[in-house]
Design a protein around this ligand. Structure first.
Ligand code: IMP
Ligand code: MG
Length: 176
């Protein structure tokens, strides 16, 4: 696991939790008095979503979607496929999409359109990381944990070929 294919610790668990607390409180303020639906994008967003949601003291429900566009490559194929759909009726409700990382923006652009078509009242995005250099589609991330350089990130939910999700910190893949 701690072999020479990954770098050193880039962002610690403590830094992530502190940021999740800040963003959670911000969401609580922004949606005061509202009931929200938080939708986590499997599988990468699981740890980040858990950190965020416990700091949001509002009435809310959660749901998950699974989409894929990558396979075992480190660059987006540009094609988004739904592997697990929503179970919740989001019509007329404020939705917050929780993502691990925004790179090209293709995935979120697709999801925004999808959530609109399902009648969401508003759609906000909360991402653990943003890689602005990778952007191919214009997407605004409303709540960002950390901005990172254009390298392939693993850990804290993020994988390479399904590995490294369980690392309790964020690092990068060396052998890119
Ligand atoms: P986008 O569609 O290019 O914005 O890519 C979004 C999805 O690709 C994210 O949800 C991640 O699952 C995956 N992804 C993008 N960059 C990375 C990375 O650096 N490490 C791991 N997964 C990534
Ligand atoms: Mg993902």
């Amino acid at each position: 696991m701690h072999d020479n294919t990954i770098g050193t610790v880039m962002i610690t668990e403590e830094q992530i939790i502190e940021k999740a607390c800040e963003i959670g409180k911000q969401i609580e303020e922004d949606f005061a008095g509202r009931e929200i639906v938080m939708v986590g994008i499997l599988r990468g967003a699981v740890l980040w979503m858990a950190d965020i949601m416990k700091h949001v003291n509002l009435d809310m429900t959660i749901d998950f979607m699974a989409v894929s566009s990558y396979g075992a490559a480190t660059k987006s194929s540009g094609i988004v496929k739904i592997n697990k759909d929503l179970d919740t009726d989001i019509e007329g409700k404020p939705v917050i999409i929780v993502e691990d990382i925004v790179d090209s923006g293709v995935t979120l652009n697709y999801l925004m359109g999808y959530f609109e078509s399902r009648g969401a009242e508003t759609i906000k995005i909360c991402a653990l990381m943003d890689k602005p250099e990778g952007r191919r589609v214009d997407i605004d991330v409303d709540y960002v944990g950390f901005e990172v350089d254009d390298r392939f990130i693993v850990g804290y939910g993020l994988d390479y070929d399904q590995k490294y999700r369980n690392l309790p910190y964020i690092t990068w893949l060396k052998s890119e």
